[in-house]
Design a binder for this molecule. Structure first.
Ligand code: GLU
Length: 473
């Protein structure tokens, strides 16, 4: 059975890249009827925050990426928060030391930094060797550490050889000998370094596939070396290309909203966001664009993960959101729009007059891209706009007649309203276009908006007459 995981560090919001990684792992786990695991990688104590962890969890849930095992739901291979697994990492670090594959380092950070500068000054890659680092291990230094209550860091002795990775996405990737030097696996404060904790956890949690961004490739070689040193089988790796902005530069804040949280706030539907993310580096076998989660699960495969960088196009996301919004049924549209309607009316009013609100949303739904557009689109129904137009005498005459015709209507429906329009215009020189456009402006203060018939129907007799009368004096 396949087991995949998403392993975020709680040092910020869930951004597009992370969400896409989570989604690909989720889709494959579901497709293969395997397990999807959430692991919180909170070993960067200074930057990790509980609040970010909660934010990540909420954002993932909102997207509909539910996990089978994780810090909140537990599971057979827990704990799922790295800060709660420190003993486990020490156990394996000690094993590596015993086997001569790792060693203690009694150097202060500034000494390591100096070593690095010296290497760079000699135009050498800043790769440390055991020889360089063990020089600091003197009896005096050990005593000093003991007196100060300090612990040595633990470094992994990186074998100097070539590593070849068979990547699901990239194919064969060769890491030449000497790509990396020895590296820390446990800091002197006892906290493991990401590459080490990640390997231990992926192994103990029986992870079969690791799908992640290709910015991790330089970590992967270290991780492969650790797997080998520990005598463990390497999971299947798939490194997906980075997401670029529309200008083909690495996606960043400069490009606008990039966190799931922001999209949620702007009124994107989770199904639209998930659909959009899936197509950043993956494609449907028949090129289908608009898909539900179920559809994506049913056709997802790793061999369709693309090698080329994906371009994040905010316009496409808007389009997808509009499509998913329109595809909802009436109840669905009402439900997701409610928070925006409530800028003007209470929830009770909406529930009481449900039919009218459904009709209202139906009239504007084709114009919605981000749900935060809704208040602007419907504002004039609730707040009478200030309108400055001067109508010709002919048009005024026709509108006076229209009011009479409207007043006669007993059963308020579209057909009757159309008939009233026709009757009002009958025998007049006023052109249809003039009649409709001026009426639209008089009622809404705008030249654009829903169909006029919808506006009139939804405003109702009283509002229609009172708004129109103001321009007839
Ligand atoms: N905590 C790492 C990150 O957020 C996980 C990388 C991985 O998937 O191994 O980048």
């Amino acid at each position: 059975m396949v087991r995949l995981r998403f392993a975020p560090s709680p040092t910020g919001y869930l951004h597009v890249g992370g969400a896409r990684t989570a989604l690909f792992n989720f889709l494959y786990a579901r497709r293969m009827k395997g397990k999807f695991i959430l692991r919180i990688e909170d070993t960067d104590i200074e930057r990790s925050e509980k609040e970010f962890e909660e934010g990540l969890i909420n954002a993932l849930k909102w997207l509909g990426l539910e996990w089978d095992e994780g810090p909140d739901v537990g599971g057979e291979y827990g704990p799922y928060r790295q800060s709660e697994r420190l003993e486990i990492y020490h156990k394996y670090a000690n094993r590596l030391i015993e086997e001569g594959k790792a060693y203690e380092v009694y150097a202060y950070p500034e000494e390591i930094e100096k070593l690095r500068e010296e290497l760079l000054a000699k135009r050498k890659a800043p790769h440390y060797t055991r020889e360089m680092l063990e020089k600091f291990t003197t009896p005096e230094r050990k005593k000093e550490y003991e007196e100060k209550g300090l612990k040595p860091a633990i470094y992994f002795s990186m074998p100097r050889k070539e590593y070849v990775l068979n990547d699901i996405v990239k194919g064969e990737v060769t890491f030449k000998e000497g790509t990396v030097g020895d590296f820390a696996i446990i800091r002197s404060n006892g906290v493991p370094i990401y590459n080490f904790a990640c390997v231990i956890d992926d192994y103990l949690m029986k992870i079969t596939h690791v799908i992640r961004g290709d910015d991790h490739l330089s970590n992967t070689v270290k991780q492969i070396a650790l797997y080998e040193a520990l005598g463990w089988e390497i999971p299947q790796f798939g490194h997906v290309s980075m997401i670029l902005g529309p200008d083909a530069k690495k996606l960043s804040k400069r490009h606008g909203a990039t966190s799931v949280e922001e999209f949620r706030e702007r009124g994107y539907l989770p199904q639209a966001v998930v659909n959009f993310l899936a197509l950043l580096g993956w494609s449907h076998p028949e090129g289908k664009e608009i898909m539900t989660m179920e559809e994506m699960i049913s056709v997802f495969s790793l061999d369709r993960l693309g090698k080329n960088p994906a371009i994040f196009d905010p316009k496409k996301l808007k389009w997808m959101n509009a499509e998913h919004f329109r595809n909802l049924d009436e109840e669905g549209i009402l439900k997701v729009s409610k928070p925006y309607l409530m800028k003007f009316v209470s929830e009770e009013e909406i529930d009481k007059d449900k039919k009218w609100f459904v009709r209202l949303l139906n009239a504007i739904k084709d114009r919605v891209e981000e749900l935060i557009d809704i208040p602007h689109l419907i504002e004039f129904f609730f707040i009478e706009p200030e309108v400055n137009i001067s109508l010709s005498e002919e048009v005024k005459e026709v509108y006076k007649k229209l009011i009479e015709e409207i007043n006669k209507i007993e059963e308020w429906n579209e057909q009757k309203i159309y008939q009233a329009f026709k009757n009002a215009m009958k025998g007049s020189k006023v052109k249809g276009k003039e009649f409709y456009m001026n009426l639209r402006i008089a009622l809404t203060g705008r030249e654009e908006g829903p169909e006029l018939i919808d506006i009139v129907y939804l405003l109702g007799k009283q509002k229609l007459i009172s708004r129109l009368q103001k321009h007839l004096r």
